[in-house]
Design a protein around this ligand. Structure first.
Ligand code: TYM
Length: 329
């Protein structure tokens, strides 16, 4: 199992956690796991160097605080393992220009920046992501729904390389958990929760003041009806709150529908706000304690990079040989 997250915000958000990171933690029980903070991906859009360095550490601290266990997972920073960029180049040479042009995340992000201003790195972003995955021979990749197309490209590139040069890569499967594959914006429950949301009130940041999160939940957009039922088409807002509630408590949607049968939206929101505060408060304390000892945190990341490199160098050596590069003397 391998996955990554970008250090491009001051905090992870609830969509990151429920859609992906919770699965990262669980999969440690059953799989060999590689998890990374993808700083190479982050610089595909402009970053302030000081802020990027800080956010990379805060990202690692959040992963540890959520339960990524460095004794069971290789937890590392992408730029510490140079083989990612090296494999990416080889895969870029196997990717069609048209194929890369069809990536919807690129099209959306480039449109926001003005197509001419988007970097070439933003264009090749999904190929670097394929390199991330294929380097570790990952069988599955825990992500949210928005990464499905990138995963499809990784699969195609693995198959293409294997076909052309002989079996080299495992063809990875997306590991997307249906109930939480897409957490929606609280103010606009037909769009996904995202750090680039139009209103900050639609986004729950795990490191923001818990009182603020509670307020956002209490003022989440719901419809004019009264019934608390799961109906993503007709009742997008309420359904999103039910999904979040269910994921945070382990109670099934059906159970929740039953227990809120005679209650109103206000009750649901009030209870969910409390549940969220109970979750984020101790989480924030753990993050703080990891950040209080940066030298220890950096050591954990160095150890993770070493473990990752052991695997990455092996794969890259095979790839270089297969494509016909001359070995060093
Ligand atoms: P990133 O940093 O945007 O997001 C991290 C993870 O959070 C998931 N996610 C969501 N899930 C459910 N609902 C939402 N509203 C929501 N918003 C975000 C994302 O699907 C993702 O799993 N390209 C990746 C980073 C990456 C990567 C990789 C992932 C780089 N290399 C290799 C897997 C394997 C990204 O931008 O994620």
């Amino acid at each position: 199992m391998l996955s990554g997250i970008q250090p491009t915000a001051d905090s992870f958000h609830l969509g990151n956690y429920l859609g992906a990171l919770r699965q990262w933690v669980r999969l440690q029980d059953t799989h060999e796991t590689f998890y990374m903070v993808v700083d190479l991906h982050a610089i595909t859009v402009e970053q302030d160097p000081k802020v990027l360095r800080q956010r990379t550490r805060v990202s690692a601290a959040q992963l540890l605080a959520l339960g990524v266990d460095p004794d069971r997972s290789a937890l590392f920073v992408q730029s510490h393992v140079p083989e990612h960029a090296q494999l990416s180049w080889v895969l870029e040479c196997l990717t069609g220009f048209g194929e890369a042009s069809r990536m919807t995340q690129f099209k959306d992000k480039a449109a926001k920046q003005g197509a001419d201003r988007a970097s070439v790195g933003l264009f090749t972003y999904p190929i670097l992501q394929a390199a991330d995955i294929l380097l570790y021979q990952a069988h599955a990749v825990p992500v949210g729904e928005d990464q499905r197309q990138h995963l499809e490209l990784s699969r195609n590139l693995a198959q293409r390389f294997n076909h052309r040069f002989g079996k080299t890569f495992v063809v990875p499967e997306p590991h997307i958990v249906k109930d939480t594959a897409k957490i929606y914006d609280l103010q606009d429950p037909t769009s996904k929760m995202s750090k680039s949301a139009s209103s900050p009130n639609g986004l729950i940041e795990l490191l923001e003041d818990p009182k603020r999160s509670a307020k956002k939940i209490r003022s989440a957009v719901t419809d004019t009806g009264r019934e608390i039922v799961f109906d993503p088409e007709g009742k997008a807002g309420v359904s999103n709150l039910l999904s979040i509630y269910s994921a945070l408590t382990g109670k099934s949607i059906e159970e929740l529908e039953n227990s809120y049968q005679d209650k109103g939206y206000g009750d649901l929101k009030k209870d969910l706000a409390e549940i969220l505060v109970e979750f984020v408060t101790p989480f924030q304390e753990r993050v703080k304690s990891y950040l209080d000892d940066i030298s220890e945190l950096d050591k954990v990341l160095a150890r993770g990079a070493e473990q990752a490199r052991e695997v990455a160098t092996r794969t890259l050596a095979v790839v270089y040989d297969r494509v016909g590069f001359l070995p060093i003397g």
